[in-house]
Design a protein around this ligand. Structure first.
Ligand SMILES: [Cu+2]
Length: 121
């Protein structure tokens, strides 16, 4: 009887241990967030410029710009950067980011082909 009790106590402790470690892992995961931002990118050159600029930010985990939809999908570390930082980086590359317009000076410096393509869309 005593042995059985000890055995169940050990099982309970193990279960508690596994539970705390998994919930810890989960809270760490929540600091990585995903955001989708609509940009004004029209070609591979635009894609390269935006990705290079955003990649310079701290805490960027992954980023992918889909030229079909112009949507940039980013996963980032919550505690290191914000959606606003990311959007600002995009505008400073010369492109709009959701409601934010492109930085004028950066836009003026974009290659002519990109600007022309944007006008035609
Ligand atoms: Cu372009």
């Amino acid at each position: 009887m005593k042995k059985q009790l000890l055995f169940s106590a050990v099982i309970l402790l193990l279960a508690a241990f596994v539970f705390t470690t998994t919930s810890k892992a989960q809270t760490q995961d929540t600091t990585i967030k995903e955001v989708k931002i609509l940009t004004s990118a029209v070609c591979d050159m635009c894609k390269g410029k935006i990705e290079k600029k955003v990649n310079k930010l701290d805490g960027i985990e992954s980023l992918e710009l889909d030229l079909e939809t112009k949507i940039l999908t980013i996963t980032y570390h919550n505690e290191k950067t914000t959606v606003n930082d990311i959007k600002t980086a995009i505008t400073k590359a010369g492109y709009s980011a959701d409601e934010l317009p492109a930085d004028k000076e950066a836009f003026d410096n974009l290659p002519k082909c990109c600007k022309n393509k944007m006008k035609n869309k």
